[in-house]
Design a protein around this ligand. Structure first.
Ligand code: ZN
Length: 666
C-alpha cells in the first residue's frame, strides 16, 4: 500500500501544472488552466471553439489602434528573427529578441502599462543591417515604399526617443490628441475633436450612443470626420473574419437569446451603427443564465486620452458554478448595499436593476485582454444601459488562481509588511478577501449610484476613469468591513477584511510604485485610484494616527493603527466621490486627483525600488492562451475540441501572426 500511495504522489508531482512560460524585461509570462472545459457538452465546446477563433482574429486591430507602425514593425522583427543567420550570442541579437517580446506583449512599441515608448538596447546599425539582409519577399513594405525609406522611417519610430514618445498622454495642459502616439486620431487637434463631438452630440438624449467608440477621427479636405471600424471600413478585413466566426458560433449557441445578440453584434460590425451596439449590449446584459459567455468588440476607452474610442478586445469564458455562489449572494443583496451606503440619498439608485455577478473561467484572452489581462470585468459601459438594463459583472477565477500560485512565496509581503502579524493576516485571509474585493468592486461598486438629471456622463473628462475606479474600490473597501459579510456567510472570521485593508494601503502607498521608474509620477488610472484612496486616508487620518509610516533598520513600513477609523474614512471619501460623479463636479475631481493621486515622494520611492530589486520579481504579468484543436470526422464535422497547454510564448505569438493576421498583406 505504501508503494502505491508513494507512486500516485509522484505522478501528481510530475504532472504539476507549470505556470511559468517566459521572463524578459519587466515581464513574466504565465499560462493558465481551464478547469471544467472537458466537462462542457460537445455543443458548448464547439461554441467556445468558434468564439475563440473570432477572438484571436482581432489581434491585429489592437496593434494598429496602438500605433500606425506597429504591424509593420511586428512583421519586420518576426522576419528578422526567423531569417537571422548571424551570431545568436551577440548582445544586439539578444536585445532585439527582448524588444520583439516586449512589442508582442504590449501589442505595439509602447509599454502596455506606462504607455512609454520602449527603449531598444540594440543598435540602429544592427537593425539596418538585418533589414538589408532579408530576402526581398520578407520586407514588409508599404505601397510605393522602398527598403531604404522603410529603414529610415522605422529607425526614427523605434530609436528616436522624442518621436511618438507616449501612447496615451494625460499630462495636464497639453494637447492630448497631438501628443499621444496612438492611432485613434490623425491630423486633428484635441480642440477639433472636442468641437466635432460637441456638434454631433444630442445633449437631451437620455439614451445616448457611445460617441466615438468605434472610429478613428481624421480630417478630409479640411473637414473633421470619423472613419468607422466596420466591414468595408477601417479594419474591415479583420472584422470580416470576426463576423465569419461569430456566425459559425451562432449555430451552436446555447439559447435563442444568445443567437439574438450575436445577430445584433454582427449587424453592428457590418454597419458600424452604435445604436446596434447598444441593442447588442442590452440583450447581452439581460442574458444572465448562460453557461458560455463572451466579450467581443471595441470596449474599454483607457487607451484614448479623451476616453471615447474602445480598444478591441475579446474574452471567451464559461461559468464556474461552484464559485459563483459567493457572487450570487452579493448580487441578491444589491439593493441592501445601495440603501445602506454612506452616500447622499439623492445620488443613490432607488431601484438597483439586474446586477448579475458570476465567477467565470476564461477560455481565451484576446486583444486588449492579452497577454496582460484584467481579473474582473463589468460591462456594458454605457451608464444608461447599466441603469435601465443592468450589467454583468465577472471575476475571472482561473486567472487569479494562477496569480496566487505564482505569487505565493515570492517574498514581497515578508519584505514590506510591518510585522509578522500583518504577514499572517494576509496569509490567512487575503485570497478570499481579494476575491471579495474584486466581486464588490465589479458587481456593486461600478453599478452603484446615479447621476443627477442632465449631468453629462463624461463631465469628469480626463479624470473620469481614475475617479470611477476610485468609486468602485471605495465601495468594496467600505463594505468588506461590514458585519453583513459575516451575516451573509461570506466571511467566517471578522478579521478577514483587515488583510485587504493592510494590503491595499501598503500597495497604494508603497509597493505599487515598484512599477514606476524613479523620477516619474503615477499616470495609469487604476494606480492613481489606489494612490488617491491610500494617500487621502493617510492625510485625513493623521489627527487620529490611523495610518503611520514607521522606520526600522533604515526601512520604511506602513502600520495601520485603527482599522475601524480607516473604514470610516473610506466611507467619507466614497460619499464625496459619488457626489463629484453625480453632480459632474469636474473641478473637485481634478483637485482630488492632483492633490493625492499623482506625485511620489522621491526618497521613499527610491528605497522601495531598491528593496524590490533584491526580490527579483517581475512587476508585470501576462498569459499565453491554451491551444484549442477541433477534431473532425471524414465529413468535416467537429466531433471534439481538444485543449492543450504546451505552447510557449514565442511559438504562440509567431503562430498568431502567421495564421490570424488579416490586416497585414505581407
Ligand atoms: Zn473597475
Amino acid at each position: 500500500m505504501a508503494a502505491v500511495s508513494l507512486n500516485s504522489c509522484m505522478t501528481q508531482e510530475t504532472e504539476k501544472f507549470d505556470y511559468n512560460v517566459d521572463r524578459f524585461a519587466d515581464i513574466q509570462v504565465l499560462r493558465y488552466q481551464v478547469p471544467g472545459f472537458e466537462q462542457l457538452t460537445l455543443n458548448q465546446k464547439i461554441y467556445v471553439y468558434y468564439l475563440t477563433e473570432a477572438a484571436i482574429y482581432g489581434r491585429d486591430i489592437l496593434f494598429d489602434q496602438h500605433g500606425k507602425y506597429n504591424l509593420q514593425i511586428r512583421k519586420l522583427l518576426e522576419n528578422i528573427y526567423q531569417n537571422y543567420s548571424g551570431d545568436k550570442n551577440s548582445a544586439d541579437y539578444a536585445a532585439m529578441v527582448k524588444y520583439m517580446k516586449q512589442v508582442w506583449f504590449a501589442n505595439g512599441i509602447h509599454h502596455h502599462y506606462s504607455t512609454d515608448k520602449f527603449v531598444p538596447e540594440f543598435s540602429q546599425e544592427f537593425f539596418a543591417e538585418q533589414v538589408k539582409a532579408l530576402p526581398a519577399d520578407k520586407l514588409p513594405l508599404n505601397e510605393g515604399e522602398t527598403a531604404e525609406q522603410m529603414i529610415e522611417t522605422l529607425s526614427m519610430v523605434i530609436f528616436d526617443p522624442a518621436y511618438m514618445q507616449k501612447r496615451v498622454n494625460q499630462a495636464d495642459g497639453q494637447d492630448l490628441v497631438l501628443t499621444s502616439a496612438n492611432n485613434l486620431y490623425e491630423g486633428v487637434t484635441q480642440k477639433e475633436v472636442e468641437d466635432y463631438y460637441r456638434s454631433i452630440k444630442d445633449v437631451n438624449d437620455s439614451t445616448p450612443i457611445s460617441y466615438g467608440l468605434n472610429a478613428k477621427v481624421i480630417k478630409v479636405d479640411g473637414k473633421v470626420q470619423e472613419q468607422q471600424y466596420k466591414i468595408g471600413g477601417l479594419y474591415g478585413a479583420a472584422i470580416e473574419k470576426i463576423v465569419y466566426y461569430l456566425n459559425k458560433a451562432k449555430e451552436y449557441a446555447e439559447s435563442d437569446k444568445q443567437k439574438a445578440y450575436i445577430t445584433a453584434l454582427v449587424d453592428y460590425y457590418t454597419t458600424g451603427d452604435l445604436r446596434k451596439f447598444d441593442e447588442y449590449s442590452i440583450l447581452w446584459a439581460e442574458d444572465t443564465d448562460c453557461t458560455v459567455d463572451f466579450v467581443n468588440g471595441f470596449i474599454e476607452s483607457y487607451d484614448d486620452p479623451l476616453g471615447m474610442t474602445g480598444a478591441w478586445e475579446s474574452i471567451v469564458n464559461f461559468k464556474n458554478v461552484e464559485a459563483s455562489n459567493r457572487t450570487h449572494i452579493i448580487s441578491a443583496n444589491a439593493q441592501w448595499f445601495e440603501d445602506n451606503s454612506p452616500v447622499d440619498p439623492r445620488f443613490k439608485k432607488k431601484e438597483v436593476k439586474g446586477v448579475s455577478a458570476k465567477v467565470i473561467t476564461a477560455a481565451i484572452l484576446a486583444g486588449d485582454a492579452y497577454p496582460a489581462t484584467p481579473i474582473g470585468i463589468n460591462l456594458p459601459n454605457a451608464d444608461w444601459i447599466r441603469a435601465q438594463h443592468g450589467s454583468k459583472s465577472v471575476t475571472i477565477e482561473n486567472i487569479t488562481d494562477a496569480y496566487d500560485e505564482v505569487a505565493a512565496g515570492n517574498g514581497l509581503n515578508d519584505e514590506f509588511a510591518f510585522s509578522k502579524e500583518e504577514c499572517e493576516l494576509m496569509e490567512k485571509y487575503l485570497t478570499l478577501a481579494d476575491k471579495l474585493h474584486t466581486d464588490l468592486h465589479e458587481c456593486l461598486g461600478h453599478g452603484s449610484g446615479q447621476l443627477l438629471p442632465g449631468v453629462d456622463p463624461n463631465a469628469l473628462g480626463e479624470h473620469g476613469s481614475t475617479l470611477e475606479e476610485t468609486r468602485a474600490d471605495l465601495f468594496a473597501l467600505y463594505y468588506m468591513a461590514d458585519k453583513k459579510m459575516l451575516e451573509l456567510g461570506i466571511f467566517e472570521h471578522p478579521d478577514t477584511y483587515m488583510a485587504e485593508y493592510y494590503k491595499y494601503i501598503m500597495n497604494g502607498l508603497m509597493t505599487q510604485n515598484t512599477r514606476i521608474e524613479l523620477g516619474k509620477d503615477i499616470e495609469e488610472s487604476h494606480m492613481r485610484n489606489r494612490k488617491l484612496i491610500s494617500e487621502w486616508a493617510y492625510v485625513n487620518g493623521k489627527a487620529d494616527n490611523v495610518i503611520e509610516y514607521v522606520k526600522r533598520d533604515g526601512k520604511t513600513y506602513i502600520r495601520i493603527n485603527d482599522y475601524e477609523k480607516l473604514r470610516e474614512l473610506f466611507g467619507k471619501l466614497l460619499a464625496e466621490i459619488q457626489r463629484i460623479k453625480s453632480e459632474g463636479d469636474y473641478a473637485a475631481g481634478k483637485k482630488l486627483v492632483e492633490d493625492y493621486a499623482v506625485r511620489l515622494d522621491r526618497t521613499l520611492h527610491k528605497e522601495i525600488l531598491d528593496r524590490y530589486a533584491k526580490l527579483d520579481i517581475a512587476p508585470y504579468k501576462g498569459f499565453v492562451n491554451p491551444v484549442y484543436e477541433a477534431v473532425t470526422d471524414k465529413d468535416g464535422n467537429i466531433t471534439d475540441v481538444k485543449i492543450s497547454y504546451k505552447e510557449n510564448y514565442i511559438d504562440q505569438m509567431l503562430r498568431y501572426s502567421r495564421d490570424y493576421s488579416p490586416l497585414t498583406k505581407w
